[in-house]
Design a protein around this ligand. Structure first.
Ligand SMILES: CC(C)(COP(=O)(O)OP(=O)(O)OC[C@H]1O[C@@H](n2cnc3c(N)ncnc32)[C@H](O)[C@@H]1OP(=O)(O)O)[C@@H](O)C(=O)NCCC(=O)NCCS
Length: 172
């Protein structure tokens, strides 16, 4: 999956997707630009055929033990094919490189798809912010991930897949 670090040159394409994905509460271009150039941030994009299909951002202040998933979005026509998980995994890998211990995020209570993705990576609910998303009046669920546990599970899964015995007939 063609993924790369985002730069300020991606701002226009990211903002187009931001408005399409979050019509009620899109960030401003100035806020997004700050995110893209901040030394504490790390953004990735996925693109195919020269078209930006998604982006995601981490905020991890150098030296801090906690970090935040700031945003993650896949274009509507490109959803459901593993790209969202790939972006999230890339952010978590970067957090591991930055020696983070805990990752936090906020997600709309009425977003079961995103919540299912986060739960499947090991995030757990740790709080609720009533009516956080305005003007929609929707609660935010605060979620937390023990990153060292996530990294250990990932390493174990990788070694299992290498060590798995080949009992089938192979290609059919
Ligand atoms: C949330 C989002 C990034 C997921 O990206 P995606 O590429 O569609 O997701 P993936 O194909 O990688 O699927 C990852 C997991 O998400 C969940 N998921 C994906 N599509 C789903 C659906 N239609 N219904 C329920 N769960 C779904 C599943 O847990 C899935 O894991 P599985 O494939 O092992 O079952 C994408 O739906 C999106 O951009 N939504 C709009 C913006 C948004 O809500 N961002 C999150 C803000 S907190």
């Amino acid at each position: 999956m063609p993924m790369r670090t985002a730069t300020a040159a991606d701002l226009d394409a990211i903002m187009a997707l931001e408005h399409a994905s979050f019509p009620a509460d899109a960030w401003s271009p100035a806020m997004m630009r700050e995110e893209l150039v901040s030394p504490h941030g790390w953004y990735v994009v996925v693109e195919e055929g020269g078209r930006l299909l998604g982006y995601a951002g981490l905020r991890a202040v150098r030296g801090a033990k906690d970090a935040d998933i700031q945003t993650i979005t896949i274009a509507e026509t490109a959803r459901g094919r593993g790209r969202g998980r790939a972006l999230l995994t890339a952010l978590l890998d970067e957090a591991v490189r930055r020696a983070v211990h805990e990752v936090f995020l906020e997600v709309r209570a009425d977003n079961p798809v995103a919540r299912a993705l986060y739960v499947s990576e090991g995030f757990v609910d740790v709080g609720r912010r009533p009516r956080y998303y305005q003007p929609d009046d929707v609660d935010a669920i605060v979620m937390q991930l023990d990153l060292r546990g996530w990294a250990a599970r990932r390493a174990e899964d990788a070694s299992d897949s290498v060590a798995a015995p080949t009992t089938g007939k192979g290609w059919c």
